[in-house]
Write a new protein. Sequence first.
Lengths: 401, 570
Amino acid sequence: MKKNIYRLIGALLIGIVINFLIKFVIFNSVPNSVSSEEIKNMQLLGLKTSLYSLSFRWLPKLLTILIILLSSLLTYVKTRKILLSIITLIILSFSPWLFILGQTLNLHLFLLTIIVLLLISLCHKKYWIFIISFIFILFKQWLDLKLPNLQQIIDTWPLVVRLLDFKTLFFTGDSASQYLKIPKTGYFLFFDLIPLFVGIYVLLKNQNNRSLGKIISGLFIIGLCFLFISQSSSLNIYRGIIIFYSVSLVIAVGYEYLLHNTSYLLKALIALIFVLNVFFTYELFYYHFDKKNSFEWGYAETNAINQLNQKQIKCINITQESGKLKQYVDFFNNDVNFKTNMISNSKLDDICYAKNNCYCLLREQELGLIGLQKEDIETIFSHYEGLPIYFLIPKNETHVY
Amino acid sequence: MKQTLLNKQYLSLLLILIVGFFLRFYLLGSVPPGPEWDEASAGYNAFSILQTGKDEWGNFLPTSITAFGDHKNPLGIYLSIPLIKILGLNITSIRIVNAFSSWLMILVIYLIAKKIFGEKTALISSILVSLSPSGIFFARLADEGIMLSILLIYLGLLLFFSYLNKQKLIFIISSILCLVLSIFSYSLARIVAPPLILIMIIYYFLRAKKKSIFTTLMLLIFITVTSILLFRQLGYNLQRVSTVGILGSTKGIGLEIGEYREHDKNNFRSKLLHNKLTFTGITLLGNYLSHFSTDFLLNYKDHGNVSESHTPLLFMILLPFYYTGILFGFKELFKKSPKEKRSQIFILLFVLLIAPLPSTITEGAPSSKRSLAMHGFIELFTAFGLVTTFSLLKHKLKSNKLIVFIIGVLFAINVGTFLYFFYWIYPKQYGYMYAVRENKICEVIKAKYQQYDQFIFSRRIDGVPYIFPLFCLQFPPEKYWQTRQSRFVDGWHYIDAFDKFQFVDVVDEKIFDKLAPNNKIALFTNEEEKKTILPLLIEKKLISPDQQLIMTKSLINNPKLPLYLFTFRL
């Protein structure tokens, strides 16, 4: 027993180190820019950050590590199986859904952390399920939760079956949450599919896992309820967060069974496939995530602000079309050295060519209104994958910055 | 006592068959509306063969019907010939083959299930098949011989199981014959049937108790002839696979690999990880598994396409029993039951597992149509799951009857909702997908064929406009061949004119070059074309302001699909 606890502590410590290494060193700079949603969340949380820093992400990363460690502890408390505890730690560390949530500032991680904390402390009590359901009331305002009417329940049902689709879970992810997913990956690793089936079988069949099974099924039901009470405007990865968590635990049970009941050769094979799968998935994240959905992120906006600062421009005119840039300028106002004016695109000609030191920053579709084409523009700010978005309209040559 | 039970069973089966018949044949010609393009094409080719022995391209008794260039499977078309002879060329006569096949399937599934799983499972399977939403949907479409093909696969299996029981050679020969015929009924059988034939042949040569030289020789000759016929069609199949398949540099996967390699400037790592093997493998696996997932099995699809079922494959309440059915099926394989029974269950599971393959390899998977070979097996394993689950829970649950009652009520709600949707809502809501404009044009043409010298409409209204006048006028094939002007582009046949009919890519000012002086013209247009052509007609004084008011009223009362008819004399 004591030996097991030492082992568990050792595993948790190694888990902490590995997770720190992964989240704070290897993948620290991915995603390479701040999203609009993160800005909104920072405003809500009262966080302030610099244009040149992504340090605000320490918060979700730490929360994720906490969730992973607590989950590992939870499985140990409920089953007394050290292997299952370690596997839970590994599975949650590399599960794409939790990893990606840990890489961006979002409020749903707070909810999941509290749920896991409550599970640890209340898992022996019969009423844990009600306490956790009660938590939703506390998060009602933050996460925009509402009791659904019949029509909303009917409308949400297709989402439930779509979310629990094998293709969505393991291969494609949800098309509506593209910007919060590792490219070409589902919410889980491809290979997790087999342990999922095994895990379901073990939980149904094996008496030893009954108490963990109850927690997982309880979480799944809570997850379903959460999905119905969260708003359709919310991303599916957020809406399904509790369901994904319960599925991850099932997968961990499946892996534990496979590793416990197979020959060394098969164990080695399972480990090898898992490692290859992790390598394949995280290569996609490291090298392709920023390029794949860069228009959803703020690389172009932060880069534009940075470059305009360097050019020592004092004033910028932008239209409603560039509302996203305005959001970034307002939020990072300490790092912005220029003033912005919102203009309507009806008098662009007069404003952009006026003899003053205020420059126009336009979108491609607005260039035609002042008789320009994108080839005429020298200073262009692009998304990370190279697609141009903002065009700095030059002044007459007599004009100086 | 036994006799009474037997009578009850037969009575139940009879009732199920009557319900199944009613659901398949009631309003067959109007739910769904039609004919749509493929139905019209299949119908006219059958009519042409009936009249001349040749298809619309003049091929004598073809083993593949060229049609639009899509090379339709012949068996369903040939079987509809006698029906056309009796009932005439109409939507009902061409839909009967599939409807009847689907109806017969209820009986065949019953017999298979009875043979392997017993009477209770057999009756429940036949109920589920008779009420199956996608079964009813595809039974009512004359889409080549899709249901015929599936019926033949099941019949092949039933005969093979009979062979396993009785070891009579006639059973294995007729079983293989059914499977071969299924290949000529619908494309999905080209993937599902050959592995089954192979299993049967291997079984015959390795395990059969009775083997005669004559039968072996017959079997070999039969396989050779079939292979030759199949080989002839291979070219068309490959062409089809290249069109709808997932492979190819211009397809999603090819483009995706290119994109990822470009991100990495095509370095070694990228080549190692982002290649056809990894990307295709992942896509295929995802596509395959999606055929067993909730979204595919339960959802009412909302595709703008006739070829996809708008109905779920399984009623929601039955889903858990489908999964448990598969699970118990696998469990049966490892039980100490008779070897023969295990072989039969193995074959059933094998077909269930290979049935999604035709859909897996295509873009847009999962497709309920391409994976329709699952239909029947889904119901069979669901029934098996239902029966086994309840027999396991019998001793554990006190309120077993109550649970059965609740499931029954929910099932009835599921069925009622589906029937209401399918017979009342679907034709109104999705009727526009069934060539509404083309059929309206047909109505006009039929009524006013003699009054006009030229009928013109464009491919903007319909990609294959020529088939509708041919179908609805029952146009004599010889006259069609004589007057036809056609082109062959990228494997597809385009008909530009025949008899009084002219088909253009778009109706614009150029059509005036195609019109003969003094001819009375009927010109059909869509909304965009109307905007182009109306000012020209007014400018040329071909229509008066009074006529303009009448002609700018759509012939169809559906704002999504406006259709205008301009009549004038040059």
